[in-house]
Design a binder for this molecule. Structure first.
Ligand SMILES: Cc1cc2nc3c(=O)[nH]c(=O)nc-3n(C[C@H](O)[C@H](O)[C@H](O)COP(=O)(O)O)c2cc1C
Length: 334
């Protein structure tokens, strides 16, 4: 960057890890403290983590740290930083994106997919970032109870993007379908085990008449009677809010560990434990928001292109005019 604008070369973001210094001696076998390095080796993989699968893949059976330090979700700090840049580009194109916690540890705060307006209730300064700030004390108490019991908790996060132009993605090429790209990016966030777009799983149990969104005429453009599709039909954005939910499993590091095997001796052993969170669902929401922003920003550039944001905006404007009254009302008559 120079004078506040990008130069066209890759934008580099660095996120220093303040804990790094404390670990350099432990991680480095040639360090001045080899005893500490050997003592901190981990050999009993945690069920649910990358430990065992990663050790088998690369032969790291003598120290699982070679796997777990890289598999850690700390890596997602980079995705969040890149996502923040994507959000700036999206904002210039009129796209807003928000996230929040919909359920935590079995406490459901919202039934079904969120609308953008639900996520506007989220207090970004709250450690929980839920759609029901008035219930956060109840959830904090539950997390505390889980902590004392040595348990961990999963949950559901939601993301919604408003102002997304119709036509992003593809119904022609499967690898460019917007729902497929979003699902890949969101599922690739550590511990996310399911992704729903719009009504998602619930749609599978509904009759067709209750699962789809009526198309309604309007003076200035078309409107939809509902948004069960979550803003994507046929792999292409349809102009409605893009709505994504991610379902996160509980953290795999347990203070009361599950059975495992010491890979060094082959004997039964409790799975490794070290400092770990009880839940990371609120952080997961921030990461998933960044992941969706990344996919949407790329999809905007794929459709509208441009080396300068003004070129992108001009292409959006020309498209808006071409759609005329066939486009979504909010898009054709801003
Ligand atoms: C924001 C965030 C923080 C996490 N923090 C921890 C943690 O402190 N301890 C832990 O064992 N797992 C943590 N995880 C989960 C692991 O990264 C995850 O369980 C592991 O990658 C295996 O899940 P996978 O099979 O989906 O990859 C966290 C995940 C996320 C998204």
């Amino acid at each position: 960057m120079r004078d506040g604008v990008t130069l066209g070369s890759p934008l580099v973001l660095a996120v220093p890890n303040r804990d790094w210094e404390n670990w350099s001696k432990v991680m480095d076998p040639w360090s001045v403290d080899p005893v500490a390095a050997v003592k901190r080796r981990l050999t009993a993989p945690r069920p649910g983590h990358a430990d065992l699968a990663g050790a088998l893949k690369y032969g790291h059976t003598s120290d699982l740290r070679n796997v777990l330090e890289r598999a850690s979700a700390r890596e997602t700090a980079a995705r969040v930083a890149a996502g923040a840049v994507c959000k700036q580009l999206l904002a210039r194109c009129g796209v807003q994106i928000r996230s929040g916690v919909l359920a935590l540890g079995g406490i459901e705060l919202l039934d079904g997919p969120p609308a953008f307006s639900d996520l506007e209730r989220v207090d970004d300064s709250s450690p929980l970032r839920t759609v029901e700030p008035s219930r956060e004390a109840e959830i904090v108490a539950m997390v505390d109870r889980a902590k004392h019991a040595g348990e961990t908790l999963g949950g559901v996060v939601g993301v919604a993007a408003r102002g997304v132009p119709p036509g992003l993605g593809s119904y022609v090429r499967w690898e460019e379908r917007l729902d497929g790209l979003i699902a890949q990016a969101v599922m690739a966030v550590q511990a996310v085990k399911a992704v729903a777009i719009g009504a998602g799983l619930e749609a599978a149990g509904l009759p067709g008449s209750a699962a789809h969104d009526p198309i309604l005429p309007g003076e200035a453009g078309l409107r939809r009677g509902s948004n069960r599709a979550g803003g994507i039909e046929g792999g292409v954005s349809n102009g409605e809010e893009i709505v994504v939910r991610a379902f996160m499993k509980p953290i795999a590091t347990l203070r009361e560990p599950l059975p495992s095997v010491n890979l060094a001796t082959g004997e039964a052993a409790a799975a490794a434990y070290e400092r770990s969170d009880v839940t990371a669902v609120p952080a997961c929401g921030v990461i998933v928001e960044a992941a969706v922003a990344f996919v949407l920003a790329r999809a905007v550039l794929d459709k509208f292109g441009g080396d300068h944001v003004d070129d992108t905006l001009a292409a959006i404007e020309a498209y808006r005019r071409r759609l005329g009254k066939h486009g979504p009302a909010w898009f054709v008559a801003p």
